[in-house]
Design a protein around this ligand. Structure first.
Ligand SMILES: [Zn+2]
Length: 162
């Protein structure tokens, strides 16, 4: 590895300018010469420059492209397929806590079943936040309008416990 020799102050400055202008690592490597794309990426990380806007399109000299106001929006992605069937079976296991008043702070407050039914329960398993890991994942599942933390029953439980 001879990377350290290739990064003179001038070249580091050029790297920063190119990177911040939106050039890709491969483009920067070509501009600087004598370094690989991977070396550019490594240097960018060491310089703490990695967080930036999306890279410019390939094939354009970065200096020649002034920042654009806004690119034309791409056509919207197709609607996601419904994923309701993907819920793990474990989520339907009977809850451990039948009564809201028995829920404690570190118990999963995911409601199971119909709140009006006699067998309604809360998950009650160990939870880091409001829900156990399985239910936390289910609660943020894309494509699902219902969210446990917007459920009135759960909201009441949370208000009383947290
Ligand atoms: Zn749970």
């Amino acid at each position: 590895m001879t990377q350290s020799a290739t990064w003179s102050d001038d070249r580091v400055t050029a790297l920063k300018v190119l990177w911040q202008s939106g050039a890709s690592a491969a483009q920067i490597a070509r501009q600087l010469g004598g370094v690989t794309r991977n070396a550019v990426i490594g240097k960018v990380h060491r310089l703490g420059l990695s967080g930036r806007a999306p890279p410019s399109r390939p094939g354009r000299a970065p200096r020649m492209s002034p920042p654009r106001a806004a690119r034309p929006a791409r056509s919207p992605p197709p609607p996601r397929p419904q994923v309701r069937e993907a819920v793990p079976v474990a989520l339907e296991d009977p809850g451990l806590v039948a009564d809201m008043s028995e829920l404690r702070a570190h118990m999963c407050k995911w409601p199971i079943g119909d709140p009006k039914a006699a067998d309604f329960s809360f998950c009650g398993r160990a939870a880091d936040g409001p829900y156990c890991p399985s239910h936390a994942a289910a609660g943020v599942r894309p494509g699902t309008a219902w969210r446990a933390d917007r459920d009135p029953v759960v909201r009441r439980a949370l208000a009383g416990l947290i």
